[in-house]
Design a protein around this ligand. Structure first.
Ligand code: NZQ
Ligand code: ZN
Length: 392
């Protein structure tokens, strides 16, 4: 049976070539005093994007301050600095120019500027924010889906705790998406992004409940599209159409669309991965690929009809004599796809070898964060999570 749902996607999307030149005119509509231009390490400066953004704001007569340097897997300490800087500059709008890390940092700064007290309280679910400084996005990597999502993910260096906080306040007011901006990405980051996009729909797909026909159709089409175009980009990274397909898939995969009518999703792989990137600072997408196959083999018998549909409709494998065999063929096909695009399918291939204590720690953190258990395809407890880390 379908579950009731509440689908809210207020983000205006401006998609296509040269759309970033519209940012000044767009922000004018929000009657802004001063914009904080927020960006990452160096890619957006090197490509000249930040200069183009400033030019567009200048043309629209909008004051701006800038704060770069956001690292992948953004840190709480830097967010605190951002809040302080934003207060000093009296900004009332944040323009995030980058990927999930920059956008998530912008959302956190937005919460910090608009509410009193410690912003980390929200991530620890101690209290709720009442408002946020509006965030607009110019997306440079198709991956996390933060440009339309209601989440922000931060790492607190004190204890290396990576936590997401979800609230509809954090949905960006607009997202400018020019697929050409993603053409400077290293192949590895493109592949990490494609993996994360796939996983945002897979997390919603591998569940025993809901399974609305229309939602399943959208989800399966999205996954097939990402797989086909990730393969194209491996051969031809400058292929505009493939970049565009992936970019739009990235937003639709995490704005809630592929979960309508579902039961909230599994999210075990995301939980397991967040502990990996908290401790080892690996790229989120690569961490997901490294645990997915092991997770899938651990849970598929408990969610067999979905794994069979996935094998048939997404991976398009020939049916085997038994459903179990078909499901396993689907899992193998997915892992083979990951390897083809340069993604790891084990922790070793990810380049890490956690000690027994570290695995214990990650399993404990992951279980504790979820109130003792996580997952719907199969409910996982701390001991299951530990086994998955060990098997991976
Ligand atoms: O810092 P720069 O120099 O820009 O380099 C970045 C970074 O090294 C680079 N990059 C981005 N655009 C580029 C580019 N390099 C060349 N050309 C471009 N056009 O790519 C690297 C990765 O960037 P990052 O923003 O970290 O990637 P992603 O979008 O994958 O974001 C990952 C973060 O998002 C979180 C992850 O946990 C991780 O912290 N997530 C956020 C979610 C959300 N808010 O809804 C959901 C996700 O599941 C995820 O957890
Ligand atoms: Zn993700």
């Amino acid at each position: 049976m379908y579950n009731n749902f509440n689908y809210y996607t207020p983000t205006r999307v401006i998609f296509g070539k040269d759309t970033e030149s519209q940012c000044g005119a767009l922000i004018q509509q929000y009657h802004v005093h001063k914009v904080l231009i927020h960006y990452g390490g160096h890619s957006a400066v090197k490509s000249g994007l930040i200069d183009r953004v400033k030019h567009s704001l200048d043309e629209a007569g909008i004051m701006h301050a800038e704060l770069g340097g956001v690292m992948p897997n953004p840190r709480l300490a830097e967010v605190y600095q951002g809040i302080e800087f934003g207060r000093k500059e009296q900004v009332d709008f944040i323009l995030a120019v980058g990927g999930g890390s920059v956008i998530d940092s912008a959302k956190a700064i937005g919460y910090g500027l608009a509410n009193d007290g410690d912003v980390w309280d929200f991530y620890m679910l101690k209290r709720k924010p009442e408002r946020i400084i509006p965030v607009g996005v110019i997306l440079t990597i198709a991956a996390a889906g933060s440009e339309m999502s209601n989440s922000t993910v931060l790492t607190n260096e004190d204890g290396m705790i990576k936590r997401g906080y979800t609230n509809d306040l954090a949905r960006p007011v607009f997202a400018i998406m020019n697929p050409e901006l993603t053409m400077t990405l290293p192949d590895y980051q493109t592949a990490c992004g494609c993996t994360d996009i796939l996983m945002h729909t897979e997390e919603r797909y591998f569940t025993p409940g809901g399974n609305m026909e229309l939602t399943d159709g959208i989800a399966e089409a999205l996954m097939r599209t990402v797989i086909a175009n990730a393969r194209k980009l491996k051969q031809d990274p400058k292929n505009y159409d493939a970049r565009a397909e992936i970019m739009w898939a990235g937003s639709l995969s995490h704005n809630g669309l592929t979960g309508c009518g579902g039961d909230g999703g599994d999210w075990a792989c995301h939980g397991l991965e967040h502990e990996l990137s908290a401790l080892f600072d690996v790229a989120h997408g690569a961490g997901l690929a490294a645990v997915w196959g092991t997770w899938a083999r651990y849970v598929y018998q408990d969610c067999l009809p979905r794994f069979v549909s996935f094998a048939r409709n997404v991976m398009q494998v020939a049916p085997a004599d038994t459903d179990e065999e078909t499901a396993l063929r689907g899992i193998e096909a997915m892992e083979s796809f990951y390897r083809k695009i340069g993604m790891p399918t084990s922790l070793k291939e990810l380049g890490i070898s956690p000690t027994a204590e570290q695995m214990q720690f990650m399993a404990h953190q992951c279980a504790e964060l979820s109130g003792g258990h996580r997952g719907r395809a199969k409910v996982l407890y701390e001991a299951d999570m530990l086994k998955i880390y060990q098997n991976a």
